[in-house]
Design a protein around this ligand. Sequence first.
Ligand SMILES: [Zn+2]
Ligand SMILES: [Zn+2]
Length: 341
Amino acid sequence: MKAAVLEAVATIRDNPRPLSFVELPTPVPGPGQILVRVSACGVCHTELDEIEGRTPPVCLPFILGHQIVGVVEVLGPGTTRHRMGERVGIGWIGWACGACSSCLSGDDNLCPDFRATGRDLPGGYARYVAVSERFAFAIPERFTDAQAAPLLCAGAIGWRSLRLARLKDGDPLGLTGFGASAHLVLQLARYQYPSSKVFVFARAAAQRHFALSLGADWAGDIDDSSPVKIAAVIDTTPAWRPLVAALSNLAPGGRLVVNAIRKEDADRGELARLDYAEHLWLEKEIKSVANVASRDIEEFLALAARIPIVPDVQEYSFAEANRALCELKAGQNRGAKVLRM
Ligand SMILES: [Zn+2]
Ligand SMILES: [Zn+2]
C-alpha cells in the first residue's frame, strides 16, 4: 500500500518535506482489529508536535495521522462491533486497557496504558490502517468523508474542552486561537449555550473575520482586552503568550482550558510575565485537556449531526501532505485541513 512516513524528527523550518511516500505491506488486522481503507485523513497540529519532536512517534519511520475516515474492508478475528463496508472514523485514542479506574469511569484518555493513533500505533496517512474495533466509530450519514475527518479530533477535543470549561448558559466564553478546533467549538457553543457571548482572540485578521462570520460576538487580537471579563477561555494555540493574555481576561473564578498536547518553546519566556494578582488571584483555574476519551468522539459525532455542525474544510490530495503540514505551521489557516486518499 502507499503510505507517507515520517523518517526523522526535525523542525519544519529545517525540513519542509518531513514525510516520504513509500510502498509498505498492507496491514493484517489482528484479534479485535478491523482493516480500514482510508478515504480521508485530517491534518492536525499534533502532527507538527510529532514531526518536530515535542511528542515524537514511538519509532521511526512511522505513519502519522489520527483523524481517519474510511470503510471497513476486513474484519479481524473475534470482532463484533462493525460490519464490512461500514464507514467508520478513528481519532487520537487508538487503544486503552478498558479495565483501570480511568477506563471504567469513562475517561479512557487518562488510562496509564493509553496508546495514540498515529504516534504509538500506525495512523491514517496511508491507504489502509488496522485499528482496534473498540476505537472506531460509525460516521453519521450527513457528513462527507472530508467533513467528518476534523470532527474526530478537532471537533471531539473541542467538545471535551467545552465540557471541561463548565460553562452555564449566559456565561461569556473566550476562544484563543481560531483554527480547526475553535471553528467547530464556536458552532457547538452557539447551540449548547445560546445566551452566552463568544469572544475570539486570533492573530490573523482573516481568522477574526471568519469567526465573526460564524457568529462570534467579538473578535480581537491575542493581546487585546475583552470588553467584559470572561467565565471560561479555551486556548488552542501552540504558544505561551496567548495563555498569559487569556488569564488576564478571565473573570473571578474563571477557568482557562488549555487544549494542546504540547506547547512550543519559542516564547516560553512569556511565562515570566505571570503576575499572581493580575493573572491567577480571585480563584482563577487552569485546566489542561488530554485530548479525547472514546465517549467524547461517540457523543460528539451524534451531536454534530444533530446541530448540525458544518466543518469548513480545505482539501489536499494525499501527495500534497507535506504542503498541508507546512501551511498549517505557517499559521494562516481557515477551518480544517484534510487529505483525500
Ligand atoms: Zn489531533
Ligand atoms: Zn485503562
